[in-house]
Design a protein around this ligand. Sequence first.
Ligand code: SF4
Length: 550
Amino acid sequence: MSEPILLSGYDAKRCARRIHNEWDPTIDKTEWVIPAGLQMRFDAGIAFETAVFTELKAALTEHRYVDLAGVRGKANAIAATVDAIERQVDVIIGGWLPDDPDGGRTGRPDLLLRTASGYVPGDVKGHKTFARRAKGTLTYSVLEDPASVLAVDGLGAETTARFDDYLQLAHYWRMLEALGSSATGSARGFIIGTDNVADLASSGRVLTWIDLAAPFFETYSRSRGAAKRSALERYDHEQGFRLKVARAAATEQPALVEPIFTDECESCPWLDHCRKIAGHDTASAQITSGRLSVREWAALGDAGIATVDDLADLDIGAGSFQAAYLPEVTHLKDPIGRLAVAVRRARMLRDGVAIERETTGPIGVPRADIEIDFDIEWDPDDHVYLWGALVHSKGAAPIYHSVVSWDPLDDAGAVALAEEFARWLRDQITTAEADGHSVLVYHYAHPEPSYLKRLLGEDEVADLLARFVDLLPIIRQHYFGLNGLGIKKVAPAFGFHWRDEDPGGLQSQLWLLEARAAVDELSRTVGQQRILAYNEDDVRATDAIRNGLE
Ligand code: SF4
């Protein structure tokens, strides 16, 4: 008998082509080496989940939970989960629900919680789950009493921004239903995220309840243009479609979906395969900033627009094109405006243009006698370990200055390092101004002032911030970028190039981890020098941009 098609809790939120690739027996399943940056994210997610499980267990008396995370083998884990459900254990950590072959589901919810009327699923996520909402009400529970639902006004669970969480919980909800163990009443679940609100719970950690049956999600509707649908409705649609995709793939029928490139591709094992079959010039693969949605690309594909050249040549005002395209994207607010931006990018790509000026005339950049370009690096624990500055004094070569800690920092250490940098910067300013020289400090985007404020207090650094100039808003006012307006995309257009072949904030975090872990002095020093050179290039890039704007 052939293998039953079972999709996981992640599949309904994943690219449908990925499902095809996984189930098509004619496609070679090649070994995927997880990129180091992605592995770092996975590791952080696992560490967070473990920490939450530990907190949860500490908050409950031992008889109220069972931790199955260490049970080896699927059959054993399922048996242990079913046993815990039959014993009515309040909290089941790391369980594995029995497969649901009729629904085509398999699934391992992080948590199962017993309520008065049955079980509900929960998951742990390394992101925030709610936000301030003037008219909102957050329903939540505390770890000590997870089944008691509390409410507070002025906050609200994230919806569209965390759609993937909803789909995953909907998957587990359907599995609990198939098992006959779901709670009665409205479909629901909860997420334990990184939100830390001391007024709600002594630990600051809460379970955020999410409603799987409420119509939160704006969706394309052929009959109504746009319709609001619930997470369960959206899940049933996405899961049902992916089951069809998997069944067609497994029986070697023609693929129901072709690759459409999205942000998900960057962390997908099938990227090389999809690039090969889609071709290098596929528009969705090449236009990576301001991406169109899968539905928009699919509608363009149906209208015969597949490559960058097709898109660059598209006359979006043509009646025949709009008649075919617009009915497919009725749920979007400004589909033609969105498409026009994509067409502009396709033309820039075809013509080899990275940024385009949107204005004419001189661009006013504030100038001073002493100019300091400034950039920071932070580690995976969000501690700033390097404060770098390039000081330009008239008539002298610029001097790079750094305040750095190569040892891992705790919160107090990060504050101390920030204080050291602030002292140095203040000294530069007061000395220069005492001599009658003006001083300005240039940075690109918000992290530099944000971290300074967060670490030392806004009032305490107000004198420094008064001299800061953010170049990004100036760039935004005057330029349009093929790949956005990040410093790595903009500086090359002003003639600046990083010495490192692979510059980037995430990469620098990896170099830092490697340098910290290096067992020999030489490797450690090489890693540290690479980071310092990268940071120095960042401040030199800021210098190149502001001087190029004149
Ligand atoms: S590379 Fe992209 S298009 Fe291909 S399967 Fe992965 S996510 Fe889908």
